[in-house]
Design a protein around this ligand. Structure first.
Ligand code: S3P
Length: 173
């Protein structure tokens, strides 16, 4: 079994944080939520960072925290934010330091899970499904650059975590 950080990527609403917590329990290791690390370091919420300083400032903080968390090494489960994969530098950092697991999600699941949720600045306002789809499609090539991809459609958080565990055991077998 790998001792490297297990890094979960995926679009907003793919279940990275919920699955990450369960997976960390199964692996008896630390769970790190990158968005929470960013909020703790900035002292304000992600929505406030976007509103006050803009997306570029948020992305800079995101890269900084990703680098810091992964530099600590050792086994842990890291749930990233959906946009972490956009940056070439972030993708390189993740490749270098961990095992990348991508959680695949459908547009329908995203819309269903995030309905009424207002803490995702990129989905705020008058986003129509076509715009969310465009964002997802634009990122697909980066999500595809993972060691393992898991289809989450119709699966519970526990199912997905157990599937990942099985794959991780397979990787080191
Ligand atoms: C973002 C996803 C969010 C958060 C920020 C930007 C994105 O995290 O990092 O709102 O660009 O997809 P979740 O994927 O945990 O919602």
């Amino acid at each position: 079994m790998t001792d490297l950080p297990v890094i979960l990527t995926g679009f907003m609403g793919s279940g990275k944080s919920s699955v990450g917590k369960v997976l960390a329990e199964l692996l008896s290791c630390r769970f790190v939520d990158l968005d929470s690390e960013i909020e703790a370091s900035a002292g304000i919420s992600i929505s406030e960072i976007f509103a006050r300083e803009g997306e570029a400032a948020f992305r800079a903080l995101e890269s900084e925290q990703l680098g810091r968390v992964l530099a600590e090494r050792g086994r842990c489960v890291v749930a990233t934010g959906g946009g972490v994969v956009i940056s070439h530098e972030n993708r390189h950092t993740m490749r270098k330091h961990g095992v990348i697991i991508n959680l695949k999600v459908t547009l329908e699941q995203v819309l269903e899970r995030l309905r009424g949720n207002d803490d995702r600045p990129l989905l705020a306002g008058n986003r129509v499904p076509e715009q969310v789809m465009e964002l997802m499609e634009g990122r697909e090539q980066f999500y595809a650059d993972a060691d393992i991809r898991i289809d989450t459609d119709g699966k519970s958080v526990e199912d997905v975590a157990a599937l990942i565990l099985g794959h991780l055991k397979g990787l080191s077998a």
